[in-house]
Design a protein around this ligand. Structure first.
Ligand code: NAD
Length: 302
């Protein structure tokens, strides 16, 4: 029989992920603290409960898709008169967190779950709302092998790829490292295009050279920050996301926290975090992160 899933956090990502589980025949009970999100979920055919606690009885898997690690830890522990999910769940329940959170928080969440006699998997995703709706997310997973096998069918429904990266926290670690590469590389590509403009180089010429040379990267060849060379990139639709600046700023803050807590002698990561924080604060929060190029150009004078 398919496991019963308590699905907590029915926002931009969680809503469509839960819909895909329901469509695949899973017994899902959802909850969100925001009434509007709960109503929208109900409207999309997701059975919902009146409280988080009511989703727990009979649940084999407790799946969370929350904004931050603090939300996850608070929900696991309970407080303010709310029972903790860990305490409410039957022994050996699978706690599957798909939120993007700090590596340290993911390890703490896993420790709390294991100490309470449960199982724990961290599985942040990439692919955005479009991937959540289409069921084409990629899951980066930190888990024991046997727990990974247990939840793999859920990943197959909600995504197209799941990579077991190591034990608890390794999923978050993989995600934060990947997004550090992405954030820094997009800034480098954008600076190069603005420099090319100053030097009288056409966008197409730089693209034709770099895309087939050592400058090649996803930021250039898929999410190209200037319109033209890659017709599907957000630059061609006035930087509608795509991957919003606010989310890149968030993910780089997680990278910064991990760099600091591990003592890595990083310079580009912290700088990229500052750059996207400013971008998000100055109107870029809802634009694609490749819109960073317009900031660089605007600050470059005539
Ligand atoms: P969101 O804010 O739309 O959804 C999160 C939901 O969790 C909200 O509806 C909120 O009310 C709910 N929530 C918070 N605490 C709760 C609790 N205790 N019980 C029940 N519900 C609770 O955010 P999102 O865009 O869906 O993102 C979710 C996570 O996925 C984040 O960690 C984000 O970084 C990550 N992520 C997002 C994207 C994206 O494109 N949006 C892509 C990859 C990863």
């Amino acid at each position: 029989a398919k496991p019963r899933v308590a699905f907590l956090g029915l926002g931009h990502m969680g809503g469509p992920m839960a819909v895909n589980l329901v469509k695949a025949g899973y017994d899902v009970v959802g909850f969100d603290v925001v009434p509007a999100a709960l109503e929208a979920a109900r409207g999309h055919g997701i059975p919902v409960a009146a409280s988080a606690a009511e989703t727990i009885p009979g649940a084999d898997v407790v799946l969370t898709m929350f904004p931050s690690g603090q939300h996850v830890l608070d929900a696991y522990r309970g407080g303010d008169g709310q029972p903790g999910l860990l305490e409410a769940a039957a022994p050996n329940t699978m706690f599957l967190d798909c939120s993007t959170i700090n590596v340290d928080e993911a390890r703490e969440a896993a420790r709390l779950a294991l100490d309470a006699g449960h199982r724990s998997v961290d599985a942040p995703v990439s692919g955005g709302v479009v991937g959540a709706e289409a069921g084409t997310l990629t899951f980066m997973v930190g888990a024991l092998q046997e727990d990974f096998e247990t939840v793999r069918p859920l990943f197959d429904v909600m995504g197209k790829r799941a990579v077991l990266c190591g034990e608890h926290g390794a999923g978050q670690a993989a995600k934060v490292c990947n997004n550090l590469i992405l954030g820094v590389s997009m800034i480098a590509v954008s600076e190069a295009f603005v420099l090319g403009e100053k030097l009288g180089l056409t966008h197409q010429a730089l693209f034709d050279v770099a895309s087939a040379a050592s400058g090649q990267c996803w930021a250039l060849t898929t999410n190209c920050p200037v319109p033209g060379p890659v017709p599907t990139s957000p630059a061609n639709r006035d930087y509608q996301p795509g991957f919003a600046g606010a989310l890149m700023a968030k993910d780089l803050r997680l990278a910064l926290n991990a760099l600091q807590s591990t003592g890595v002698a990083a310079r580009m990561g912290p700088l990229a975090s500052d750059i996207y924080d400013a971008f998000a604060a100055e109107g870029g929060a809802g634009r694609d992160f490749s819109g960073i190029i317009t900031d660089i150009r605007d600050k470059s004078g005539q």
